[in-house]
Design a protein around this ligand. Structure first.
Ligand SMILES: Nc1nc2c(ncn2[C@@H]2O[C@H](COP(=O)(O)OP(=O)(O)OP(=O)(O)O)[C@@H](O)[C@H]2O)c(=O)[nH]1
Ligand SMILES: [Mg+2]
Length: 140
């Protein structure tokens, strides 16, 4: 299950993983992609009254992916956010193709603070880091 602020790159990563064209679609509700990924709207993280919905949805998930845009100066993940889910949490840094190495390091820090046990630096545009993630998840 992918969790992250709006425009973090969750849907685009799902498109990359499922070999679809990268087309922008605002995610309005929880979407199951390819029967393997649960894509969620950024608002579910950004609006306090929606966060309960993420916890309910996570019951179906094996792993939670915290998705952080490397070009974002801040994070929406509270410290130790992983403790809200009774599941392993991984950190995904997105948009590595347009981020500086300093921005990527900053994004990694946010994800570590959120409780991600392992972090993958990715770009859905270049494909960087995506195979490593899939291999770790057991898809490759
Ligand atoms: N350069 C670059 N742009 C990206 C990447 N991933 C996503 N984007 C762009 O970021 C924007 C938002 O991407 P989405 O994948 O729709 O974001 P989301 O996290 O699904 O957002 P919500 O559905 O609103 O929660 C789009 O314009 C994408 O093209 C990436 O790896 N590199
Ligand atoms: Mg989306």
């Amino acid at each position: 299950m992918l969790v992250g602020r709006s425009a973090a790159g969750k849907t685009t990563l799902c498109q990359r993983i499922s070999h679809q064209d990268l087309v922008y679609h605002k995610t309005q509700t929880v979407q199951v992609v390819n029967q393997t990924m649960i894509d969620t709207p950024g608002e579910y993280l950004q609006r306090m009254y929606f966060r309960g919905a993420l916890m309910v949805t996570s019951v179906e998930a094996d792993v939670i992916l915290f998705v952080q845009d490397a070009t974002e100066e801040t994070t929406w993940f509270p410290p130790s956010y992983n403790t809200q889910f009774n599941k392993p949490a991984l950190g995904i840094v997105t948009k590595a193709d347009i981020a500086s190495s300093e921005q990527i390091e900053n994004a990694k820090k946010f994800l570590t603070a959120a409780g991600a046990s392992r972090i993958f630096v990715t770009s859905s545009v270049s494909g960087e880091g995506v195979d490593e993630l899939l291999e770790f998840l057991g898809y490759l």
